[in-house]
Design a protein around this ligand. Sequence first.
Ligand code: ZN
Ligand code: ZN
Ligand code: FE
Length: 344
Amino acid sequence: MRKNIHEIRWNPLIGTWIIVAGHRGARPWRPTEKPSEAKTCPFCPGSPETRDLGEWDVIVLPNKYPALKPSAYEPPKPVEDIYASMAARGYCEVLVETPKHTGDLHDLSMEHMLKVVKKYRDEYMRLSKIDFIKYVAIFRNKGKEIGVSLVHPHSQIYALPFIPPRIIVELDNFRRFYRERNECLLCHIIDLERERRGDNRIIYENRDFILVHPYYAMWPYELHIYPKRHVEAIDGLTEGELRSLADILRMTTAIYNGLFDRDMPYIMAMHNSPCDDDEYKYYHFHVEFYQPYRDRDKLKYRAGIETGFWVFTFDGNPEEKRKELRSSCFKVSDKLDHMGECVE
Ligand code: ZN
Ligand code: ZN
Ligand code: FE
């Protein structure tokens, strides 16, 4: 028996890659639940992981239990019959957003958040240049409801040797739309939403971005951040646009926490274009937020119909959910410094 099996296997039934990481089975579960346990937090200043880094405000650390490693061995070939595998080569990083043990993105000052956004951009650019990397997945998990093991504010970056299936689906749809209409799908959607009168789906807007509760939301409080200008990936944003992105990210997490006046869990996924050798001019960069609650005290679970069949039910009235998000936007905008406007 190979104890620390580590490879990427092809699932021929759905045509996707699975990362098999034996060593991740030993990962600890929520080692720093309470702020009083900050002294054991690996991301707090003074921990063995950060001790030698001097003064810092935003840092990138290697993931202690990486799903992918740059030095991963090549799995034995050939595997049985039609089964396929490849080396689990890649990079898994943790982007620690602040030396402070608790809080969320909106608890960071605007200038600090801008540093975080620039770090996202820098890591995307750095990892994109590595020849075997085809996709840089930047994401942020928050809250025990979605299984986050560390409360210290952090995002994660996976540099993958393949394009993730969800991105492949989006690319196919963007490409088809572009071929048929000679127009970008998301540019079209942005125009549609901005021209809409009554039951506006835009919750917040600054100079360069809109925050939308999409018509096609799968989660009741799902929110998307769309850049108004057509840009494929975060490295195409100007200095001013990066600042606007920092602003709208802070507003988004503030809106979530303002919904029920408590710390809310969420998943953030940055959808950038891939970084293999192909061209993705038809793709439009955006950020998606999924929130596991469907109401104040009710969690929405990904169960049989969602996991077993990939069919989502939106449990709620989209107009009502929008109303809640909008009133949270107006409420938090009184307290938080921001660059744009909540949309009526
Ligand atoms: Zn900490
Ligand atoms: Zn576009
Ligand atoms: Fe997307």
